[in-house]
Design a protein around this ligand. Sequence first.
Ligand SMILES: O=C[C@H](O)COP(=O)(O)O
Length: 262
Amino acid sequence: MTETRRPIIAGNWKMNLNHLEAILLVQKLAASLPERTLAEVEVVVLPPFTALRSVQTAIDGDKLQLGYGAQDVSAHASGAYTGEISGGMLAKLGCTYVVIGHSERRQYHNEDDALVNAKIKAAFAAELTPIFCVGEGLEIREAGNQVSHVLAQVDAGLDGLKAEQVKQTVIAYEPVWAIGTGKTATPEDAQEVCGAIRARLTERHGAEVGEAVRIQYGGSVKASNAAAIMAQPDVDGALVGGASLDADEFAGICRFSEHVGR
Ligand SMILES: O=C[C@H](O)COP(=O)(O)O
């Protein structure tokens, strides 16, 4: 990370917590975060759709300094798409962010790069900020092709976007083999790919965009390893799964700078 990009730590709760449990977690998290952390770091929670209204009420009601968003969005604006949730619905709930292209959506729902691109465009149409996920599977990593694989995902996902939209996008690099497995990429592994993503953004969209985009690392991030990952120059945040369900652990990740003496 650098001083010019504000770190963003986002907790992807995945399919966990009902709306009552969600309120408790948000309140406990807010109580665990000191002012200094909240001034330095953008802290975001990404609950299931069913908890969004309750999380909105808790955050607005107590004026908590937390951002929030959803874990997916439809590529369509409205209509006969049973079970889907539109960007407009999320915006109306006060969401700032929406996760798009998470590897679990790609794997279990066959989401391809074209659909991811359409969803990113749908998010912008609703004035939501995408947290756009990319990452390689184990076979690709073992073959040493992680950089080219991820850059192809980045190019496809951002295809047709204006430079201003790319600049606003948060990109989450999540090596699939490190998600929920306890295997964390080394800080150098994370930097290799995040640095390549930034170089590609600079090449395609100009230096201003490349310098501005925030790139997160995701995959078994914990309070104990967050500081080393965040110390990498092109890593500006973390997309946290399992550890975001525990307020103390997630707050520990958000407080990463205390471990590097900043
Ligand atoms: O969205 C979050 C990632 O999939 C990481 O999940 P994890 O922290 O449980 O490995």
